[in-house]
Design a protein around this ligand. Structure first.
Ligand SMILES: [Mn+2]
Length: 474
């Protein structure tokens, strides 16, 4: 995977400032040095009419480069300008790639773009959930904004349920955006989300949205009447488009809408309302994301195994959260033919949890080593002395005592010091071990609730259930 990305990087003419290696003594030769200076505005916006060079940006972000706040603000403002003029229900034609949830998995997004083809050659419909859970949400959003600005008519970015204040506060993106930039930038990102359209008709036949349909939806023009420039509401048509799920195949046939208990909001929809809506609006199928799938997609064939699906679920984040071990896929519609492109995980560069820097991370190790050194030094100084239980040394008593001569007193004082440094050393070892364990646990899951052994899709899904529901208002 890594070689694919670096080959692509070498074809880019622009050279970034990467960390110099004057002595040629980098320990890991196979890994390119990271970009060590922010991308210059002249490089980023240098080309035609102030549009960002998304290809250069993509490679720069792969190299873990930093984009300055002022440039991110410019990208956000430009994409808001474009998206706020779009209708709630967009229309786009084929050939097209339909992309499901990405969830901050930047390296998988780049891999997918290479596999499915650049947006200069083929249309793109993104079904939302760009951020949260994965740790590269900022990169995903920056690149998608740059692509949108370049191809405003050929790329549609729909809003997912995670493109909201409510979700990003309860998951990871708010913290990520504030750590990397600041609260002002985060608020601007929320404005970008508020401007995203809610649904899309592809080629007049395919009805795309993040979640699903709503009991309040009968005619498609109802969607354009929504005021979408707000936080995602707790119920109603707007909420359902981003939050609802199809019913399980076994029960979909004889049910209409039921309460979505797993999400604690919106509905589960069955065959009847789906068929009615598709028939009334002359549509073929519903294409949505929102639910992780072991193969990266699911065809909801409610008329039997050979029938055309009423709903197609697309999920585009492979090995979701680093523990589902699922494949990812995108749906391609070309000359009326539907095909799927499946792909597996691209290994991202290693990051310490919570965006911790290496200095804070190394403090426990340093403290342990220093006390260890101190302990060994003064232990030598103490030399051979009277045999005494370390804990029993009472310095005050020793110094005042007239039975003990000065030489012995000195030895006893030294012993006391050795004993306290030994205790300190032991404490730092425990601290270091505990912080290592904590990092390990945190690494496995964003909420620190999953032990490493649970690496199995269905089990992971079961354990993760609580994270798929709508968080209660704080
Ligand atoms: Mn979702």
């Amino acid at each position: 995977m890594e070689s694919q990305l670096s080959t692509a990087a070498s074809t880019t003419a622009v050279k970034f400032y990467t960390l110099p290696d004057p002595l040629g003594d980098r320990k890991c030769k196979t890994l390119d040095p990271p970009a060590n200076k922010p991308i210059e505005a002249a490089v980023l916006f240098g080309s035609e009419g102030g549009k960002p060079d998304w290809r250069v940006l993509k490679q720069f972000l792969i190299k873990e480069g930093h984009v300055k706040k002022e440039n991110v603000v410019q990208l956000a403002r430009q994409s808001i300008e474009i998206m706020k003029k779009e209708p709630n229900l967009c229309k786009i034609g084929e050939p097209i790639v339909i992309v499901g949830d990405i969830h901050g998995q930047y390296y998988d997004l780049c891999h997918m773009l290479e596999k499915a083809g650049p947006p200069s050659d083929i249309n793109y419909l993104f079904l939302g959930d760009y951020v949260d859970r994965g740790i590269f949400g900022v990169e995903v959003l920056i690149l998608l904004m740059a692509i949108k600005i370049n191809y405003p008519k050929n790329v549609i970015l729909l809003r997912g349920n995670h493109e909201s204040r409510n979700m990003t506060e309860n998951f990871t993106f708010r913290e990520e955006a504030i750590t990397r930039y600041d609260i002002e930038t985060y608020n601007l990102f929320m404005e970008v989300f508020d401007s995203m359209p809610l649904a899309c008709i592809v080629d007049g036949k395919y009805f795309g949205m993040h979640g699903g349909i709503s009991p309040e939806l009968s005619k498609l023009d109802q969607i354009d009447k929504i005021n979408r420039f707000v936080e995602v509401p707790l119920d109603g048509l707007f909420c359902d488009l981003l939050w609802s799920d199809p019913l399980a195949d076994e029960v979909a046939n004889n049910r209409e809408y039921v309460e979505n208990e797993e999400r604690e909001c919106s509905y589960l929809f069955g065959k009847k309302p789906a068929k009615k809506l598709l028939d009334n609006n002359n549509l073929m199928t519903i294409v949505r994301g929102h639910q992780v799938q072991v193969e990266g997609y699911k065809m909801h064939r409610w008329d039997g195994p050979q029938s055309f699906p009423y709903v197609i679920t697309i999920f585009s984040a492979p090995n979701y959260c680093g523990y589902y071990e699922n494949k990812a896929s995108v749906l391609i519609i070309d000359r009326g033919n539907l095909s799927l492109k499946q792909y597996e995980e691209t290994e991202p560069p290693y990051r310490l949890p919570d965006n911790m820097d290496v200095f804070s991370w190394s403090v426990p190790f340093l403290a342990e080593k220093v006390t260890n050194m101190l302990f060994n030094l003064i232990k030598r100084g103490a030399g051979e002395g009277p045999a005494l239980q370390e804990d029993d040394i009472d310095l005050d008593k020793v110094l005042k005592s007239e039975d003990i001569d000065d030489k012995k007193k000195k030895q006893l004082v030294m012993k006391g010091k050795v004993s306290s440094v030994a205790k300190m050393s032991k404490m730092f070892t425990t601290l270091r071990e505990e912080s290592e364990m904590l990092l390990q646990i945190k690494n496995i899951s964003p909420d620190g609730k999953l032990p490493r052994v649970l690496k199995q899709f269905s089990f992971a899904k079961e354990i993760d259930k609580q994270n798929e529901k709508r968080p209660r208002k704080k």
